[in-house]
Design a protein around this ligand. Structure first.
Ligand SMILES: [Zn+2]
Length: 417
């Protein structure tokens, strides 16, 4: 049989195979390694994976990639990012280090509201142009599937504009970009004292418009003390669910207000952050099959003293995922390898658990466990070729990249110089 591409002489293929399901407990520490492997690719998907000699014998091909004994992993799935904004906020980083509080930074014209103002003023074209190189950097760091949220518009028109920019980026860039509507990222300043008024717009205008335009797959909300309360979040999530959107939550990031419990109640696909989630909340996530998505780079970037309890969650049988949380404020991190390092160092994950969390479990956090996140027959041929001595080297190394090539649907989308 003729295939499009074969990859031969793979030293180790870390398949992360799971049969499409999120990995739990001991499975997370199993990379599903096939030594001396080969992969046959047809129509962008993995047609076969097995011993290199067997693959070579079985197929003819248009293109052959000699992996030269290198290590291959699935492409990263970055399941939580906010990449569509106008200006970066590095001055706030300096202010935070100088000891300024969030309120002081806000009063000096910083904080999320500054991102909202500039995003409202920008055109779709400007948003696309500014976001494009950010996502290209992520691709160079191995990300082949990306979730991108709106949430810097906070009006019907500007939220739709952000989602339109995300749709444009998905068309232009060679990776899969999955859009999440996050009009409930914050209360806009004009509704500061009229939460009910903004909730009405969210529920009666924005969510129906997002549904009608078919412009987002997920709805997310920032459930936190002083932002969206549990009751307010329930209203918004219920409306989103009724309109057929899948659910995500920023839950229990700073204060445990019962966000994890609500994510379980509402049947969210994932609950993200969870830095302060209670034991009850964590057990509720497990019982409801919600993926806990941890964002260690955010806590690192905020110089946090404590981190989400990744080790405890894995030991309790939860399918932990990790993501960058790339955004202009709390975490300007585009690197899944660095996120893996921080998950290991600050949350106690092993390197292989961190790789499971960054690939197959992250795919499940986007409801794509059957499509991406592992190297298995029938899945997309989304592959990273590494120049590393072992998988442990990925989180061990901090700083530069050791990625040789990134393939999306079997095509090379990045090659190191
Ligand atoms: Zn976020």
């Amino acid at each position: 049989m003729k295939v499009d591409t074969i990859i031969i002489n793979i030293g180790q293929a870390a398949t992360m195979a799971s049969g499409g399901k999120a990995k739990i407990a001991g499975q997370m520490n199993d990379a599903g390694i096939i030594a001396n492997a080969g992969i046959a690719i047809k129509d962008g998907r993995i047609l076969n994976i097995g011993p290199s000699a067997e693959i070579e014998q079985k197929y003819q091909w248009d293109e052959a990639i000699d992996a030269k004994g290198r290590i291959l992993t699935p492409g990263f799935v970055d399941s939580h990012t906010h990449p569509v904004f106008v200006h970066t906020r590095e001055d706030e980083f300096a202010m935070r280090i100088a000891g300024k509080s969030y309120v002081e930074i806000s009063l000096a014209g910083g904080g999320i509201r500054s991102s909202i103002q500039s995003s409202r003023d920008a055109s779709v074209e400007e948003l696309v142009e500014l976001s494009l190189p950010r996502i290209q950097k992520m691709i160079a760091l191995g990300t082949t599937t990306l979730e991108a949220k709106s949430g810097y518009g906070l009006s019907t028109q500007s939220e739709l504009k952000q989602l339109k920019a995300i749709a444009e980026l998905a068309k232009i860039l060679p990776i899969d970009i999955i859009a999440t509507f996050m009009g409930a990222h914050e209360y806009p300043i004009e509704y500061e004292n009229d939460h009910e008024g903004y909730l009405k717009i969210l529920i009666d205008e924005m969510i129906p418009a997002v549904k009608e335009q078919g412009i987002a797959e997920f709805c997310d909300i920032f459930t936190e003390a002083h932002v969206f309360s549990i009751e307010e979040s329930r209203w918004v999530l219920r409306a989103a669910r009724e309109h057929g959107l899948k659910l995500k939550m920023h839950a229990d990031e700073i204060i445990p207000i019962g966000g994890a419990e609500l994510a379980a109640e509402m049947g969210c696909i994932s609950a993200d952050h969870l830095g302060a989630a209670s034991d009850n909340g964590i057990m509720a996530l497990k019982a409801a099959g919600v993926i806990p998505t941890l964002l260690p780079a955010t806590l690192f970037s905020l110089a946090a003293k404590t981190y989400a309890r990744g080790r405890f969650m894995i030991d309790s049988g939860l399918p932990v995922a990790i993501a960058t949380d790339y955004n202009p404020g709390s975490c300007n991190c585009d690197s899944m390898p660095l996120t893996m390092s921080l998950a290991c160092l600050q949350m106690g994950l092993t390197p292989i658990e961190a790789l499971s969390a960054a690939t197959i479990n992250a795919a499940c956090a986007l409801d794509r466990g059957d499509q991406v996140g592992s190297l298995e027959i029938g899945k997309l041929a989304d592959i990273i070729i590494w120049d590393i001595p072992s998988l442990n080297f990925i989180p061990y190394h901090l700083g530069s990249s050791h990625i040789v090539k990134v393939l999306k649907r079997g095509r090379c989308i990045f090659k190191a110089q």
